[in-house]
Ligand binder design. Structure first.
Ligand SMILES: NC(=O)c1ccc[n+]([C@@H]2O[C@H](COP(=O)([O-])OP(=O)(O)OC[C@H]3O[C@@H](n4cnc5c(N)ncnc54)[C@H](O)[C@@H]3O)[C@@H](O)[C@H]2O)c1
Length: 459
């Protein structure tokens, strides 16, 4: 029998939390769900992760930690398995009837028309309909557009016959996850969390639970849609600012101004927040979040959020600009980009993570393939894997040897202090194109390298 927390008074609720008598289910144990489940288990709650990926479930249950680029969790993982506080399961029906709290950390991607795809949440919502009964609390951590929870998701859990009553048979709340891949442990311990709920009495319960597990500030929100709007706003704020700096970079290249010099000096103004240019904005969050806002706003007026539409357009144009920089560099060396061999350094959508979701590198690679360019790719996070149809090289030097140009796409730490000597193994006059800002143009100039960099005007 599960505990109906909403029927208890606040000291009874606190007691359930402190004596760890609640059972937790986390549906979706990927990048965010697994670390979350591990934190609940590590703080003493019996936690079961549910995932349709059987391979992942078997891997986790056999003690093999899957998130190698979230290193701080490996010890936690070992600890909770040893204490039998955490296990994984594929069958949602076995777990939910015995769970007091159900966290949903399911993917919310978009389809190839950039329309948000909430299938995973709606499918799980529908299956919860037959499994909830005693006022269990469902907490959505996934990122969704404002209104999705109180409309589509609520309907899917209530069922078409409305056989489940929200606020009685189950409770629905949100606690959007804001952690950054590669820094999840740090963010879990530091970032305040937002809590919104369909019925307000659930907010303090969720807050007390999360405070107990994460020890961070919990910010109560008036409802679910406001909490989801806050989450989208923080990410889309970055998207717009990166779009702005990317467009400025295009201008500054023409005006002969170095974007990084501008940003560095602009930082001296107390209310300037630096954002940096790059080959585009990727990953599972920012581009999707922009389209989630656009999906929401276009239902009211397609002209709403023009600024978001424009930022997306500029950021989506950046891979094409990278090709233009390469073409420009090749024309300076009196060679052609067509049929050349290029070494790409870094394919992750951002530095220091093993993740190529919506990565600008994918578009760059497609555009280069259309020009019959031969590619040799090195990324320290993907050694020996096959990504976008290419076997990743074992070392930087293997990728660079006999290539006509080097294109640094992702600024992994491994590319700090880039060894320019490596370029001497290039076939022709060395070409280096930098999308990361890691290469100091002054260092390159003196070495006889043909250099281009995003936003690097005035070289
Ligand atoms: N990755 C991030 O940086 C990040 C940060 C903050 C918030 N978020 C949000 O968190 C949510 C989860 O993202 P993620 O990066 O962890 O995704 P992910 O793809 O890494 O993990 C999702 C997991 O859900 C599983 N899954 C899919 N459908 C399922 C179903 N019907 N039943 C059970 N399991 C199912 C998948 O197999 C996968 O293991 C998304 O809404 C995302 O936007 C992600």
């Amino acid at each position: 029998m599960t505990t109906n927390l909403s029927s208890l008074n606040s000291s009874q609720i606190q007691e359930c939390i402190e004596n760890k008598s609640l059972k937790i289910a986390v549906v979706g144990i990927g990048r965010i769900g697994l670390p979350t489940a591990l934190c609940f288990a590590n703080s003493g709650f019996e936690t079961i992760g549910i995932d349709i990926n059987e391979k992942l479930v078997n891997m986790v249950n056999s003690g093999d930690y899957p998130l190698k680029d979230e290193p701080e969790f490996d010890k936690v993982f070992e600890n909770v398995l040893e204490k039998k506080k955490f296990s994984a399961e594929t069958d949602i029906k076995k777990v939910i009837p015995n769970s007091d709290i159900i966290l949903l950390s399911l993917p919310t991607p978009m389809n190839n028309q950039n329309i948000p795809d909430y299938t995973a949440l709606l499918t799980v919502g529908k299956s919860l309909n037959g499994l909830l009964s005693n006022g269990q609390i469902v907490i959505v951590e996934s990122t969704v557009e404002p209104g999705f929870i109180e409309n589509e998701l609520l309907e899917s859990i209530e069922g078409t016959e409305k056989n489940l009553k929200p606020g009685i048979d189950f409770h629905l709340a949100v606690c959007p996850e804001t952690a950054n891949p590669g820094e999840i442990m740090h963010d879990f311990k530091k970032l305040p969390r937002l809590v919104g709920s369909i019925d307000k009495k659930i907010v303090p319960i969720v807050s007390a639970l999360y405070t107990n597990v994460f020890g961070v500030e919990l910010i109560p929100m008036p409802n679910c849609k406001t909490a989801n709007a806050v989450k989208l706003t923080t990410n889309v704020f970055r998207e717009i600012n990166i779009g702005f700096i990317n467009e400025l970079s295009l201008l500054f290249e023409k005006l002969g101004i170095d974007t990084y010099t501008v940003i560095e000096a602009a930082k001296s103004k107390y209310n300037f927040q630096p954002h940096y240019p790059g080959p585009g904005v990727g990953g599972p969050c920012l581009p999707v979040n922009a389209y989630q806002y656009l999906n929401s706003s276009k239902k009211i007026d397609p002209n709403f959020l023009k600024i978001v539409q424009d930022a997306r357009k500029i950021n989506e144009h950046m891979p094409q600009h990278v090709i233009e920089l390469l073409e420009d560099a090749f024309s300076e060396s009196n060679n052609s980009l067509e049929n050349s061999t290029i070494a790409i350094l870094g394919i992750s959508y951002k530095p220091n993570v093993h993740d190529v979701q919506i990565a600008p590198s994918e578009t760059i690679i497609r555009l280069l393939k259309e020009k019959n360019v031969n590619l040799k790719i090195f990324d320290p996070y993907f050694i020996s894997e096959t990504i976008f149809g290419y076997k990743i090289e074992n070392s930087i030097s293997e990728a660079i040897s006999n290539s006509d140009a080097v294109l640094m796409v992702t600024g992994h730490n491994e590319f700090n202090d880039f060894n320019f000597e490596l370029l001497s193994s290039s076939k022709n006059k060395p070409i280096l194109v930098d999308c990361t800002g890691k290469i100091n143009p002054q260092n390159v100039k003196s070495k006889g390298i043909i250099f281009r960099g995003i936003g690097r005007g005035g070289l």
